[in-house]
Design a protein around this ligand. Structure first.
Ligand SMILES: [Zn+2]
Length: 258
């Protein structure tokens, strides 16, 4: 979490210095990344006659067979071949909280249904299957089944037109870090992401921790406000993100979901 500024409240003398304004609730949207390998530049086109409207068609030179990667951590819930129509061979990833992504017209698959995927994981290969007339990746982000305007690292894609998107997907190791801030008391470490899980230890105030993945669990009010995000700091070891200074109000970009 990141500390919010108290400038206005402090100036008005309404709040004692020790009162912490709750941070905004954790953003439900995953941090989506360009669905290609780290460092690759792809031309992405949006157009008003596309179906669904907010999809992006991606191309680059000689792209047939190029790897397509998961744009955010999640679980593969469709690996489907519609034959010569529509999406042809496509993969859908469920990212939780109602978010899914679609990868269509694939030449082939590299995942199966039920598989957990993280950033940078190859899920299939660019093709021209289904209703496609030439190799490209048709990509969608959906919320509760409806296509939404696509964002990469939180930034809106270009509507409407063609733009080059450079991938930072899978560029980092995927681990993050933070500093425990409890103002003195040791922070309880739980076996899972919630206060109902068994206490398996403590970490002292001021401890620098490595965050291997983040997930949502029970809501906790701590030093940095109220949050349902939990940080996994080891095998079977979770701490409430509301007590951890990570520099981010929500999930840490590049750190996978558990
Ligand atoms: Zn398309």
């Amino acid at each position: 979490m990141r500390k919010r500024l108290l400038t206005l409240a402090a100036a008005a003398g309404l709040l004692a210095a020790s009162v912490v304004v709750p941070a905004a609730p954790a953003m439900a949207a995953p941090t989506f990344k360009v669905p290609f390998k780290c460092g690759q530049a792809w031309s992405g086109q949006t157009r008003t006659n596309h179906s669904p409207a907010y999809s992006i068609d991606f191309n680059r030179t000689d792209d047939l067979g190029d790897p397509v990667v998961a744009s955010a951590p999640g679980t593969v819930d469709r690996v489907t071949d519609l034959g010569g129509t529509s999406y042809g061979k496509y993969v859908r990833i469920n990212h939780g909280n109602g978010y899914t992504t679609y990868y269509a017209h694939l030449n082939g698959f590299n995942v199966s249904v039920g598989q957990s995927v993280g950033y940078g994981r190859v899920i299939g290969y660019v093709g021209s299957t289904g209703g496609s007339t030439g190799p490209h990746l048709h990509y969608e982000q959906r919320l509760n089944g409806n296509d939404i305007q696509i964002r990469f690292n939180g930034a809106l894609a270009l509507y409407w037109g063609t733009k080059t998107y450079t991938s930072d997907n899978g560029c980092s190791s995927g681990a993050g870090s933070g500093t425990v801030n409890t103002s003195g008391t040791a922070l309880t470490v739980r076996s899972g992401p919630g206060t109902g899980y068994t206490a398996v230890g403590t970490v002292a105030d001021g401890t620098r921790v490595t965050i291997y993945c983040q997930t949502t669990g029970t809501s906790v009010t701590g030093t940095y406000g109220t949050s349902s995000i939990w940080d996994r700091i080891g095998s079977g070891r979770y701490i409430a993100d509301a007590y951890v200074h990570t520099g981010y109000d929500g999930f840490i970009p590049n750190v996978p979901r558990c």
